[in-house]
Write a protein that binds this ligand. Structure first.
Ligand SMILES: [Zn+2]
Length: 205
């Protein structure tokens, strides 16, 4: 069994063998989706000192019901290219949305965005526009969509805590319309891609 990884406690240096999930099919194992969303899939508590550690490992998240694939990547470009190639050649993957992400927080964010029925490309534009309006560069993450008016809540790291900002759904709708009118932007988002601030900045920056 190769589904364990050697970890080291960030506080006391004690070694730990952690159970990992190199691939997740959330239709087959819905509990793993919950564990992605609350982060527990990647957390381990040190048996020596009680420190909660975040493990980094590569996971392929697959939700067949949403036709969604997300690779939590370790940045190995060869592995990414191979996966992207297999993806583009597989007829089973037709109609799928496929994303590379580089950290657990972004994986959680993507799952939330697609759960809410939103488009992560429009969301990146929304975040970009909100930064411009606030006049500063903030590392926004989509948190939730709620309320009768469909307000979108974004979080960002502030003074030692998570800050929140609400934006109207109309901002998101505007971004969606802009994308629909600009196929040159969305053309670059087919196949396995990274949709992040850098991606949207190349069009708007
Ligand atoms: Zn420890």
């Amino acid at each position: 069994m190769d589904n364990q990884a050697n970890c080291t406690c960030s506080a006391c240096g004690a070694p730990y063998r952690m159970d990992i999930h190199p691939s997740i099919n959330v239709s087959k194992e819905p509990s793993l989706k919950a564990a992605v969303l609350d982060g527990s899939l990647f957390m381990w508590e040190c048996p020596q000192c009680g420190q909660k550690n975040l493990a980094r490992y590569t996971t392929l998240y697959h939700d067949p019901s949403q036709k969604l694939l997300i690779l939590l990547s370790d940045g190995n470009s060869k592995a990414e290219e191979a996966l992207a190639k297999a993806f583009s050649q597989s007829s089973e993957m037709e109609g799928y949305t496929a994303r590379f992400v580089d950290d657990v927080g972004t994986l959680m964010e993507k799952v939330k965005i697609f759960d809410a029925g939103l488009d992560d490309r429009a969301m990146e534009m929304c975040k970009y526009v909100t930064c411009m309006e606030m006049g500063k560069t903030l590392n926004f993450k989509f948190f939730r969509l709620d309320g009768a008016d469909g307000d979108i809540t974004l979080t960002y790291p502030g003074n030692g805590q998570m800050e929140m900002v609400n934006i109207g759904f109309n901002v998101y709708s505007d971004c969606e319309r802009i994308l629909a009118r600009n196929p040159s932007i969305t053309e670059g988002s087919t196949g396995f891609v990274r949709i992040d601030n850098r991606w949207i900045s190349q069009f708007l920056g």
